[in-house]
Design a binder for this molecule. Structure first.
Ligand SMILES: Nc1ncnc2c1ncn2[C@@H]1O[C@@H]2COP(=O)(O)O[C@H]2[C@H]1O
Length: 597
């Protein structure tokens, strides 16, 4: 057996000894080799194939891949050396062949042949420190302006040239292009929704189809006929004319929870304001991303538009690559939709960025609410796309006087409202004690799947799971954002308590995003609206559908600003008007004869 070059520093005798301890292993593509936090019981020497090293992050929409390792690399040496839990997760990206040495065998060797064991340990340490050195280099790249990358330079350069050729397109030609894109988007809404669910195992294909359709038709309808670029309006009295000017190249992050709809949306709004856009898909949706990108390219070519107006990062993403795009001087604006860490990275890039924050809408059921309508609206909204819509209801804040009637209405709509015993075993099964958040596997799964996994049974089809909760203000999975068709239910007495609890929940998570009230009293609604630090306050509307403008008059958007409440620069439902510079041409105003000087 020939050992990897890795062991070249060992004596021939030690190599022979080590060879006897190595065990051949194979992993199919997609297999998790080991998981972050596991006990490290072996190190691996990769002979063939590629392994993805990733960190477990509590949020889905943050790029989690550290790097890819191939033949000749060592894996799992860190835990073998420090005997602490695995520092990262390793997944076979392709079929992998490797050899492995177990911790137990190494310890045994140390007793039998200390010199041989020291030899291997030194080699493992050398490999670990090589990684440290590489990380030091990468960290300094990130800290002191990202290192130039020819792929990034090339893509940004192409987008810049395309935008320059597009900047002067007249409005009707742009609208015709958007119309053509919209029809193609509608045509492919279903097939891409199905492909997304197949690729990500998150969400519901029927709902995703609807979402894709709204992101195409709804967004198009909100853009067509508007002035995207050039003179917008003149204030005759002030003699000031506003002129819209593209930001140039927009870099748009596309999350795993809404990939197709977000790509449609970012493309339409970027083009309306005469920008080029580079889409960066989360690594878990590259397949669908490539299909959307190809579709758009084909339409651009057919319509005689520069085909580089909409580009996408075809290469597998990593945090470093994303960072390099975001801080590239040729990128005018970053449109950051995704997890908090991605948004933070966008804000830290030095390029102006529009970000979003997490949702965690409190939904107040006031004593005068239409309980049947509220229950119907909540179940429809929270079950939509298996609960991945950030603007959906997350916490029910229910007045004690109507609690029992409301729970009966919820059950009538297909909600499993858990008993205290059910709640206890449910939470034990779905919450990861390490992060105190819902387990990643729960994200975007149907309530029926989650219920059967947790042993919850009802004589009807379960559409959402409602967990009665009390909250002492500690870190809690139930009080936070739940990207799954699960809601918490808090009981309160009176309006003051309802507002106080909603404020506390938002302070915990979701400040700036969305809050919801069900009441028939305009004064009560107004009081709630004035009190909530959220950019959207929905009254008697489903959250998921309301924030996008399907059941409200809000602007259709898949990037929902959270204002300074949520650390963002805007409270807007982001659209084309957020992607341009508004210049002001101010003419000399003659001093008024009555007010000289
Ligand atoms: N930043 C990194 N670059 C390359 N490999 C890494 C990095 N972080 C962790 N790893 C590898 O991933 C493994 C996770 O399990 P271990 O901590 O045992 O050993 C780790 C290394 O082999």
């Amino acid at each position: 057996m020939s050992l990897p070059g890795f062991f070249d520093a060992l004596t021939e005798e030690h190599r022979q000894t080590v060879a006897k301890l190595l065990v051949d292993v194979e992993f199919e593509a997609g297999t998790t080799i080991f998981t972050e936090g596991d006990e490290g019981d072996a190190a691996y020497f990769i002979d063939e194939g590629e392994v993805r090293i990733e960190r477990e992050l509590p949020e889905v929409d943050t790029e989690s891949v550290l790097r890819y390792e191939g033949a000749g690399a060592t894996l799992g040496e860190v835990a073998l050396l420090d005997r602490l839990p695995r520092s990262a997760t390793a997944v076979a990206e392709t079929p992998v062949r490797a050899r492995t040495i177990s911790t137990a065998d190494l310890d045994d060797l140390a007793r039998r042949d200390p010199a041989a064991a020291l030899g291997i340990t030194q080699e493992l340490a050398r490999d670990a420190t090589a990684k440290l050195r590489r990380l030091t280099e990468q960290a300094s790249d990130l800290m002191f302006a990202a290192a130039p990358d020819p792929v990034v330079d090339e893509l940004v350069g192409r987008a810049t040239s395309a935008q320059a050729a597009f900047a002067d397109w007249p409005e009707d030609r742009v609208d015709a292009l958007l119309g053509r894109l919209t029809s193609v988007f509608l045509e492919h809404a279903q097939v891409l929704a199905e492909a997304t669910v197949e690729e990500t195992h998150i969400g519901d294909a029927g709902d995703k189809t609807l979402k894709n359709m709204v992101a195409a038709q709804g967004v198009y309808d909100s853009l067509v006929g508007k002035v995207g670029a050039g003179p917008i309006a003149t204030d005759e009295a002030a003699q000031v004319t506003e002129i819209a000017h593209a930001v140039g190249v927009v870099f748009g992050l596309v999350p795993v929870t809404n990939p197709v709809a977000t790509a449609y949306f970012k493309t339409l709004i970027s083009l309306k304001s005469r920008n080029a856009v580079i889409l960066s898909f989360h690594h878990a949706v590259l397949g669908v991303g490539n299909r959307v990108g190809e579709l758009i390219r084909q339409v651009l070519e057919e319509e005689g538009a520069p085909s580089d107006l909409v580009l996408w990062v075809e290469k597998r993403g990593s945090r470093k690559l994303t960072q390099q795009f975001m801080s590239h001087p040729g990128v005018g604006l970053v449109l950051a939709t995704g997890g908090a860490a991605m948004v933070q990275a966008a804000y830290s890039s030095g390029t102006p960025a529009l970000g979003v924050g997490p949702g965690n809408a409190p939904c107040w059921i006031a004593p005068d609410a239409d309980l049947a309508a509220a229950a119907g609206s909540i179940v429809m909204s929270k079950s939509f796309d298996n609960g991945v819509i950030c603007g959906a209801e997350h916490n029910l804040v229910v007045d004690r006087s109507v609690r029992d009637d409301f729970v009966a209405q919820l059950e009538g709509q297909g909600a499993a409202v858990l008993s205290p015993t059910e709640a206890e075993s449910f939470l034990a099964a779905v919450v990861d004690p390490a992060t105190n958040r819902f387990r990643g596997e729960m994200i975007g799964q149907s309530a029926a799947t989650i219920a059967s996994f947790t042993g919850i049974e009802r004589p009807f089809d379960i559409k959402v799971v409602v967990v009665p909760a009390e909250w002492d203000g500690e870190d809690s999975a139930l009080a936070g954002e739940k990207m799954t068709p699960v809601l918490s239910l808090f009981e309160i007495g009176g309006d003051d308590e309802a507002i106080a609890l909603s404020l506390r929940l938002l302070d915990f998570m979701g400040s700036g995003h969305t809050s919801i009230v069900h009441s028939q009293d305009p004064d009560r609604i107004a009081r709630f609206g004035a009190a909530m630090p959220t950019s959207r306050i929905l009254a008697n509307s489903p959250g998921a559908h309301g924030v996008f403008g399907v059941t409200t008059g809000l602007v259709p958007s898949l990037t929902l600003g959270c204002g300074t409440f949520g650390g963002n620069s805007t409270t807007d439902n982001v659209t084309y008007t957020n992607l341009r510079n508004v210049k002001r041409l101010a003419r000399l105003v003659q001093p008024d004869a009555d007010h000289p000087g």
